[in-house]
Design a binder for this molecule. Sequence first.
Ligand code: HBI
Length: 371
Amino acid sequence: MSFTPLKIILVSTPVGCLGSGRGGGVELTISSLIKGLLSLGHSITMLAPEGSVLPPGCEQVDLRQVSGVQQPSWQHREYSGPALIPLEGVLPRLWQQALELGASADAVVNFGYDWLPIWLTPRVKQRLFHLISMGGVSRIMKELIRDVARSHNSRFAFHTKRQASDFLLHHQPLIVGNGFDLSQYELNLNSRGPLGWVGRIAPEKGLEDAAAVATALQDRLLVWGLIEDSAYAKRVEASVPPGTIEWRGFHSTIDLQRELGNCRALINTPKWNEAYGNVIVEAMACGVPVVAYNRGGPGELINSGVTGWLVEPDDVEALKLSVMKVNEIDRLACRNWVEKYASLDVFAKHVEDWILHGLEVNYSENSSLIS
Ligand code: HBI
Protein backbone atom coordinates (compact mmCIF):
# COMPACT_ATOMS: atom_id res chain seq x y z
CA MET A 1 0.00 0.00 0.00
CA SER A 2 1.57 3.36 -1.00
CA PHE A 3 2.32 5.80 1.78
CA THR A 4 0.38 9.07 1.75
CA PRO A 5 1.76 11.68 4.16
CA LEU A 6 -0.91 13.23 6.36
CA LYS A 7 -1.31 16.96 6.88
CA ILE A 8 -1.95 17.24 10.63
CA ILE A 9 -2.81 20.29 12.73
CA LEU A 10 -1.88 19.88 16.41
CA VAL A 11 -3.59 22.18 18.95
CA SER A 12 -1.90 22.59 22.31
CA THR A 13 -3.38 23.07 25.77
CA PRO A 14 -4.64 26.62 26.42
CA VAL A 15 -3.45 26.70 30.04
CA GLY A 16 0.08 27.76 29.31
CA CYS A 17 2.59 28.19 26.53
CA LEU A 18 4.75 25.24 25.49
CA GLY A 19 8.02 25.24 27.42
CA SER A 20 6.58 26.87 30.54
CA GLY A 21 5.74 23.63 32.35
CA ARG A 22 2.20 24.87 33.04
CA GLY A 23 0.84 22.34 30.57
CA GLY A 24 2.26 19.53 32.69
CA GLY A 25 2.68 16.23 30.87
CA VAL A 26 0.93 17.50 27.77
CA GLU A 27 4.03 19.45 26.76
CA LEU A 28 6.18 16.32 26.72
CA THR A 29 3.50 14.36 24.89
CA ILE A 30 3.28 17.01 22.19
CA SER A 31 7.04 17.23 21.64
CA SER A 32 7.33 13.44 21.45
CA LEU A 33 4.46 13.23 19.00
CA ILE A 34 5.83 15.99 16.79
CA LYS A 35 9.16 14.13 16.46
CA GLY A 36 7.43 10.79 15.96
CA LEU A 37 4.95 11.99 13.31
CA LEU A 38 7.66 13.93 11.46
CA SER A 39 9.84 10.79 11.40
CA LEU A 40 6.86 8.90 9.91
CA GLY A 41 6.85 11.47 7.09
CA HIS A 42 3.79 13.54 8.02
CA SER A 43 3.61 17.33 7.93
CA ILE A 44 2.74 19.17 11.15
CA THR A 45 1.37 22.60 11.95
CA MET A 46 1.34 23.40 15.69
CA LEU A 47 -1.10 25.89 17.20
CA ALA A 48 -0.10 27.02 20.70
CA PRO A 49 -0.45 30.04 23.01
CA GLU A 50 1.99 32.87 22.33
CA GLY A 51 5.34 32.49 24.04
CA SER A 52 5.44 28.81 23.16
CA VAL A 53 8.78 27.30 22.19
CA LEU A 54 9.40 23.83 20.79
CA PRO A 55 12.31 21.63 21.92
CA PRO A 56 15.22 20.74 19.60
CA GLY A 57 14.21 18.28 16.87
CA CYS A 58 10.94 20.06 16.06
CA GLU A 59 12.40 22.62 13.64
CA GLN A 60 10.36 21.30 10.66
CA VAL A 61 7.11 22.17 12.43
CA ASP A 62 5.14 25.25 11.36
CA LEU A 63 4.53 26.76 14.84
CA ARG A 64 1.66 29.28 14.93
CA GLN A 65 1.48 31.23 18.22
CA VAL A 66 -1.91 32.55 19.29
CA SER A 67 -2.45 35.45 21.67
CA GLY A 68 -5.13 35.57 24.36
CA VAL A 69 -5.92 35.01 28.00
CA GLN A 70 -5.00 31.51 29.20
CA GLN A 71 -7.76 29.10 30.14
CA PRO A 72 -8.27 28.55 33.90
CA SER A 73 -6.98 25.07 34.80
CA TRP A 74 -9.65 22.45 35.59
CA GLN A 75 -7.73 20.97 38.51
CA HIS A 76 -8.43 23.88 40.76
CA ARG A 77 -12.10 24.24 39.92
CA GLU A 78 -15.25 22.76 41.39
CA TYR A 79 -16.01 19.28 40.01
CA SER A 80 -19.57 20.33 39.16
CA GLY A 81 -18.59 23.85 38.11
CA PRO A 82 -19.20 25.46 34.72
CA ALA A 83 -16.91 25.47 31.69
CA LEU A 84 -15.47 28.98 31.58
CA ILE A 85 -13.98 30.96 28.72
CA PRO A 86 -12.28 34.17 29.85
CA LEU A 87 -12.64 37.49 28.06
CA GLU A 88 -10.16 37.65 25.14
CA GLY A 89 -9.57 33.93 25.72
CA VAL A 90 -6.87 32.08 23.82
CA LEU A 91 -9.08 28.95 23.54
CA PRO A 92 -11.62 30.28 21.01
CA ARG A 93 -8.80 31.94 19.07
CA LEU A 94 -6.88 28.66 18.90
CA TRP A 95 -9.98 26.95 17.53
CA GLN A 96 -10.78 29.70 15.07
CA GLN A 97 -7.39 28.96 13.49
CA ALA A 98 -7.73 25.21 13.97
CA LEU A 99 -10.96 25.17 11.95
CA GLU A 100 -9.51 27.42 9.25
CA LEU A 101 -6.36 25.32 8.85
CA GLY A 102 -8.25 22.09 9.44
CA ALA A 103 -10.46 22.68 6.40
CA SER A 104 -7.47 21.89 4.17
CA ALA A 105 -5.76 19.33 6.42
CA ASP A 106 -6.39 15.63 6.96
CA ALA A 107 -6.86 15.88 10.72
CA VAL A 108 -6.80 18.24 13.69
CA VAL A 109 -5.48 16.67 16.92
CA ASN A 110 -6.44 18.39 20.16
CA PHE A 111 -4.36 18.14 23.34
CA GLY A 112 -6.43 20.58 25.37
CA TYR A 113 -8.82 19.30 28.00
CA ASP A 114 -11.55 21.82 27.25
CA TRP A 115 -15.22 22.00 26.37
CA LEU A 116 -15.23 23.95 23.07
CA PRO A 117 -13.18 21.67 20.76
CA ILE A 118 -14.99 18.54 21.93
CA TRP A 119 -18.42 20.17 21.52
CA LEU A 120 -17.46 21.20 17.94
CA THR A 121 -16.52 17.64 16.89
CA PRO A 122 -19.90 16.36 15.54
CA ARG A 123 -20.81 19.81 14.26
CA VAL A 124 -18.00 20.61 11.81
CA LYS A 125 -16.65 18.94 8.68
CA GLN A 126 -13.05 19.20 9.88
CA ARG A 127 -11.89 15.91 11.41
CA LEU A 128 -11.18 16.72 15.07
CA PHE A 129 -9.36 14.14 17.20
CA HIS A 130 -8.89 14.43 20.98
CA LEU A 131 -6.11 12.91 23.04
CA ILE A 132 -7.68 13.21 26.50
CA SER A 133 -4.95 14.18 28.94
CA MET A 134 -6.63 13.88 32.36
CA GLY A 135 -9.08 11.73 34.25
CA GLY A 136 -12.62 12.83 35.04
CA VAL A 137 -11.76 16.01 36.93
CA SER A 138 -14.87 17.87 35.79
CA ARG A 139 -18.46 16.70 35.52
CA ILE A 140 -19.32 18.86 32.50
CA MET A 141 -16.27 17.47 30.66
CA LYS A 142 -17.05 13.85 31.61
CA GLU A 143 -20.61 14.18 30.31
CA LEU A 144 -19.56 15.98 27.13
CA ILE A 145 -16.89 13.35 26.34
CA ARG A 146 -19.37 10.53 27.06
CA ASP A 147 -22.01 12.12 24.79
CA VAL A 148 -19.74 13.01 21.84
CA ALA A 149 -17.86 9.69 22.04
CA ARG A 150 -21.22 7.88 21.80
CA SER A 151 -21.47 8.96 18.11
CA HIS A 152 -17.79 9.76 17.39
CA ASN A 153 -15.86 7.18 19.43
CA SER A 154 -13.03 6.90 16.90
CA ARG A 155 -12.12 10.54 17.47
CA PHE A 156 -11.06 9.97 21.07
CA ALA A 157 -7.94 8.36 22.53
CA PHE A 158 -6.72 7.95 26.11
CA HIS A 159 -3.34 7.30 27.68
CA THR A 160 -4.37 4.39 29.95
CA LYS A 161 -7.36 2.13 30.61
CA ARG A 162 -7.74 3.42 34.16
CA GLN A 163 -7.91 7.00 32.92
CA ALA A 164 -10.52 6.06 30.30
CA SER A 165 -12.63 4.23 32.90
CA ASP A 166 -13.48 7.63 34.42
CA PHE A 167 -15.58 8.58 31.39
CA LEU A 168 -18.48 6.08 31.37
CA LEU A 169 -17.98 5.46 27.65
CA HIS A 170 -20.48 3.43 25.60
CA HIS A 171 -17.76 1.94 23.40
CA GLN A 172 -14.36 0.38 24.03
CA PRO A 173 -11.91 3.30 24.45
CA LEU A 174 -8.79 3.49 22.30
CA ILE A 175 -5.64 3.47 24.48
CA VAL A 176 -2.50 4.95 22.87
CA GLY A 177 -0.16 5.12 25.89
CA ASN A 178 2.50 7.80 25.65
CA GLY A 179 5.99 8.14 24.17
CA PHE A 180 9.37 9.60 24.99
CA ASP A 181 12.45 10.53 22.99
CA LEU A 182 14.73 7.98 24.68
CA SER A 183 17.84 9.46 23.08
CA GLN A 184 17.45 12.20 25.71
CA TYR A 185 17.55 9.79 28.66
CA GLU A 186 20.77 8.17 29.81
CA LEU A 187 20.76 4.88 31.73
CA ASN A 188 22.32 5.36 35.18
CA LEU A 189 23.03 2.19 37.20
CA ASN A 190 23.91 3.99 40.45
CA SER A 191 21.62 2.42 43.06
CA ARG A 192 22.87 4.28 46.11
CA GLY A 193 21.63 7.79 45.36
CA PRO A 194 18.97 9.98 47.03
CA LEU A 195 15.20 9.69 46.82
CA GLY A 196 13.45 11.70 44.11
CA TRP A 197 10.00 13.13 43.37
CA VAL A 198 8.98 14.86 40.12
CA GLY A 199 5.79 16.68 39.15
CA ARG A 200 3.78 19.87 39.17
CA ILE A 201 3.82 20.85 42.83
CA ALA A 202 0.08 20.88 43.54
CA PRO A 203 -2.23 19.03 45.96
CA GLU A 204 -3.37 16.37 43.47
CA LYS A 205 0.23 15.13 43.23
CA GLY A 206 0.54 14.16 46.91
CA LEU A 207 4.10 15.41 47.60
CA GLU A 208 3.41 15.38 51.36
CA ASP A 209 3.37 11.57 51.43
CA ALA A 210 6.75 11.28 49.72
CA ALA A 211 8.17 13.86 52.15
CA ALA A 212 6.80 11.78 55.05
CA VAL A 213 8.62 8.69 53.73
CA ALA A 214 11.91 10.58 53.43
CA THR A 215 11.45 11.81 57.01
CA ALA A 216 10.72 8.29 58.31
CA LEU A 217 13.91 7.06 56.61
CA GLN A 218 15.84 10.10 57.92
CA ASP A 219 16.73 10.85 54.34
CA ARG A 220 16.31 13.83 52.03
CA LEU A 221 13.91 14.09 49.07
CA LEU A 222 14.97 15.83 45.87
CA VAL A 223 11.94 17.54 44.30
CA TRP A 224 11.84 18.66 40.65
CA GLY A 225 8.92 20.50 39.10
CA LEU A 226 7.06 23.75 38.65
CA ILE A 227 5.74 25.12 41.96
CA GLU A 228 2.20 25.65 40.76
CA ASP A 229 0.70 26.08 44.25
CA SER A 230 3.22 27.87 46.49
CA ALA A 231 0.99 27.77 49.59
CA TYR A 232 0.77 23.98 49.21
CA ALA A 233 4.56 23.76 48.77
CA LYS A 234 5.07 25.76 51.95
CA ARG A 235 2.64 23.53 53.87
CA VAL A 236 4.47 20.40 52.75
CA GLU A 237 7.85 21.85 53.62
CA ALA A 238 6.61 22.84 57.09
CA SER A 239 5.31 19.29 57.65
CA VAL A 240 8.81 17.75 57.66
CA PRO A 241 12.11 18.61 59.41
CA PRO A 242 14.06 21.45 57.78
CA GLY A 243 16.34 20.23 54.99
CA THR A 244 14.24 17.12 54.21
CA ILE A 245 13.04 18.59 50.93
CA GLU A 246 15.58 19.89 48.44
CA TRP A 247 13.70 22.00 45.85
CA ARG A 248 15.42 21.52 42.49
CA GLY A 249 13.02 23.60 40.33
CA PHE A 250 11.63 22.97 36.85
CA HIS A 251 14.25 21.64 34.42
CA SER A 252 14.44 20.87 30.72
CA THR A 253 14.28 17.15 29.97
CA ILE A 254 18.03 16.93 29.43
CA ASP A 255 18.86 18.50 32.79
CA LEU A 256 16.11 16.67 34.67
CA GLN A 257 17.15 13.22 33.48
CA ARG A 258 20.80 13.90 34.34
CA GLU A 259 19.90 14.59 37.98
CA LEU A 260 16.99 12.15 38.24
CA GLY A 261 19.15 9.27 36.97
CA ASN A 262 21.23 9.50 40.14
CA CYS A 263 18.27 8.65 42.39
CA ARG A 264 17.94 5.21 43.94
CA ALA A 265 14.15 5.49 43.59
CA LEU A 266 11.42 7.82 42.37
CA ILE A 267 8.45 8.05 44.74
CA ASN A 268 5.11 8.72 43.00
CA THR A 269 2.10 9.64 45.09
CA PRO A 270 -0.91 10.59 42.92
CA LYS A 271 -4.02 11.72 44.84
CA TRP A 272 -6.09 11.91 41.66
CA ASN A 273 -6.71 9.49 38.79
CA GLU A 274 -3.40 10.33 37.10
CA ALA A 275 -4.03 9.86 33.38
CA TYR A 276 -0.60 8.45 32.63
CA GLY A 277 2.41 9.42 34.75
CA ASN A 278 5.12 10.76 32.43
CA VAL A 279 7.59 11.17 35.27
CA ILE A 280 7.41 7.44 35.97
CA VAL A 281 8.54 6.60 32.46
CA GLU A 282 11.18 9.33 32.52
CA ALA A 283 12.63 7.84 35.71
CA MET A 284 12.56 4.29 34.35
CA ALA A 285 14.20 5.52 31.13
CA CYS A 286 17.20 6.46 33.32
CA GLY A 287 17.08 3.10 35.13
CA VAL A 288 15.41 4.52 38.24
CA PRO A 289 12.85 2.14 39.84
CA VAL A 290 9.53 3.73 40.83
CA VAL A 291 7.63 3.18 44.09
CA ALA A 292 4.07 4.40 43.51
CA TYR A 293 0.51 4.29 44.74
CA ASN A 294 -1.52 1.78 42.73
CA ARG A 295 -3.82 4.53 41.48
CA GLY A 296 -4.52 5.75 37.93
CA GLY A 297 -1.97 5.42 35.13
CA PRO A 298 1.01 4.53 37.36
CA GLY A 299 -0.80 1.30 38.28
CA GLU A 300 -0.64 0.29 34.60
CA LEU A 301 2.91 1.44 33.93
CA ILE A 302 4.76 -0.21 36.81
CA ASN A 303 5.28 -3.97 36.88
CA SER A 304 5.45 -4.42 40.66
CA GLY A 305 8.59 -6.31 41.67
CA VAL A 306 10.15 -5.92 38.22
CA THR A 307 10.34 -2.17 37.41
CA GLY A 308 9.36 -0.88 40.85
CA TRP A 309 6.75 -1.41 43.57
CA LEU A 310 3.03 -0.62 43.65
CA VAL A 311 1.48 0.01 47.07
CA GLU A 312 -2.03 0.56 48.43
CA PRO A 313 -3.01 4.19 47.71
CA ASP A 314 -2.36 6.64 50.58
CA ASP A 315 -0.60 3.96 52.70
CA VAL A 316 2.54 5.92 53.65
CA GLU A 317 3.91 3.05 55.77
CA ALA A 318 3.66 0.64 52.82
CA LEU A 319 5.32 3.28 50.62
CA LYS A 320 8.21 3.49 53.09
CA LEU A 321 8.63 -0.31 53.31
CA SER A 322 8.74 -0.56 49.50
CA VAL A 323 11.31 2.23 49.22
CA MET A 324 13.46 0.23 51.66
CA LYS A 325 13.55 -2.75 49.26
CA VAL A 326 13.95 -0.85 46.01
CA ASN A 327 17.44 -2.31 45.51
CA GLU A 328 15.76 -5.64 44.70
CA ILE A 329 14.80 -4.06 41.37
CA ASP A 330 17.09 -4.46 38.34
CA ARG A 331 17.61 -0.94 36.99
CA LEU A 332 18.20 -2.31 33.49
CA ALA A 333 14.70 -3.86 33.52
CA CYS A 334 13.28 -0.36 34.00
CA ARG A 335 15.00 0.93 30.87
CA ASN A 336 14.05 -2.17 28.86
CA TRP A 337 10.36 -1.69 29.71
CA VAL A 338 10.39 1.89 28.42
CA GLU A 339 12.14 0.93 25.19
CA LYS A 340 9.53 -1.75 24.56
CA TYR A 341 6.35 0.11 25.53
CA ALA A 342 6.90 3.89 25.67
CA SER A 343 9.35 4.96 22.99
CA LEU A 344 8.52 7.88 20.75
CA ASP A 345 8.27 5.57 17.73
CA VAL A 346 5.84 3.17 19.43
CA PHE A 347 3.64 6.10 20.51
CA ALA A 348 3.70 7.88 17.13
CA LYS A 349 2.67 4.62 15.42
CA HIS A 350 -0.26 4.21 17.84
CA VAL A 351 -1.37 7.79 17.10
CA GLU A 352 -0.92 7.39 13.34
CA ASP A 353 -3.06 4.21 13.46
CA TRP A 354 -5.70 6.07 15.48
CA ILE A 355 -5.90 8.92 12.95
CA LEU A 356 -5.87 6.67 9.88
CA HIS A 357 -8.64 4.52 11.35
CA GLY A 358 -10.62 7.59 12.41
CA LEU A 359 -10.39 9.03 8.89
CA GLU A 360 -11.95 5.88 7.46
CA VAL A 361 -15.02 6.10 9.69
CA ASN A 362 -17.83 7.95 7.95
CA TYR A 363 -20.40 9.52 10.21
CA SER A 364 -23.89 9.96 8.87
CA GLU A 365 -23.91 13.54 7.60
CA ASN A 366 -25.12 15.52 10.55
CA SER A 367 -27.69 18.16 9.60
CA SER A 368 -26.47 20.37 12.42
CA LEU A 369 -23.04 20.71 10.76
CA ILE A 370 -21.78 24.27 11.10
CA SER A 371 -20.84 25.22 7.54
N1 HBI B 1 -7.10 22.76 32.27
N2 HBI B 1 -8.81 24.00 31.23
C1 HBI B 1 -7.73 23.17 31.14
N3 HBI B 1 -7.31 22.79 29.91
C2 HBI B 1 -6.23 21.96 29.76
O1 HBI B 1 -5.85 21.62 28.62
C3 HBI B 1 -5.53 21.52 30.92
C4 HBI B 1 -6.00 21.95 32.17
N4 HBI B 1 -5.36 21.57 33.28
C5 HBI B 1 -4.15 20.75 33.27
C6 HBI B 1 -3.74 20.36 31.91
N5 HBI B 1 -4.44 20.71 30.82
C7 HBI B 1 -2.51 19.52 31.77
O2 HBI B 1 -1.53 19.97 32.68
C8 HBI B 1 -2.82 18.08 32.13
O3 HBI B 1 -3.74 17.66 31.20
C9 HBI B 1 -1.60 17.22 32.05
